[in-house]
Design a protein around this ligand. Structure first.
Ligand SMILES: [Zn+2]
Length: 213
């Protein structure tokens, strides 16, 4: 099974992606995380990506496609993939679908986890990330004060530097402007599973699984 997952920041998309990957043994391909890893590499690509991320700009489609292809090629053919927010822009739809077709990985379903705008903002302001392993944690849930180390690896945690009110709004606006047309593409193809993300993790996951099966 090959699936794509979409959702605005704070929708719990990452948590649902982890649960789906575990249940269906899928390789999780999250371009956002991959780019943050690449930005630390001592290479031309690493420096280029770092500069783009530092300026809080979108990674150009050609770099996204190159990195996506590289990661997809590393997954064994028997194993399915979960593409996290890719294709992300309308311009990526055709090349990503062509790439997947050539790799004999047709997309089965696209999942969209919805969340009201204000609820996204409320959730993101409570979100912290590990500076070493990049896992996300919610203040008041996984961690109880901002001085605590990462529960997974013990590294220092901090708020993402773009998790300021303006940064959050900019990223949400980007999602609604850039990614909603991609989601609509999958809706028109009859491939979309839309679930209400404004509920508990188990309820959301239960809905996704029953729709997939
Ligand atoms: Zn960590």
């Amino acid at each position: 099974m090959n699936i794509i997952i979409f959702g605005p920041q704070g929708s719990g998309k990452g948590t649902q992606a982890d649960l789906l990957c575990e249940k269906y043994n899928l390789a999780h391909i999250e371009t956002g995380l991959i780019f943050r890893e690449i930005s630390r590499e001592e290479s031309d690509l690493g420096r280029n990506v770092k500069e783009i991320l530092d300026q809080k700009e979108m990674i150009p489609d050609d770099i996204t496609l190159e990195v996506l292809e590289d990661r997809l090629e590393k997954v064994s053919p028997e194993r399915g993939v979960l593409l996290d927010s890719a294709p992300r822009t309308s311009g990526q739809i055709v090349p990503v679908e062509k790439m997947l077709q050539e790799m004999n990985r047709p997309i089965d379903k696209a999942i969209y986890i919805t969340l009201p705008y204000d609820e996204s903002v409320r959730r993101i302001t409570k979100r912290y990330a590990c500076t070493v392993c990049y896992r996300h944690f919610v203040l008041g849930k996984h961690i109880h004060n901002t001085e605590e180390p990462c529960p997974t690896c013990g590294g220092p945690i901090m708020q993402r530097n773009d998790d300021t009110p303006d940064g959050i709004k900019k990223r949400l606006d980007t999602f609604y402007e850039i990614t909603i047309p991609v989601i609509e593409h999958y809706r028109h193809k009859g491939m979309l599973i839309e679930v209400d993300g404004n509920r508990g993790v188990e309820e959301v996951f239960g809905d996704i699984v029953s729709e997939l099966e």
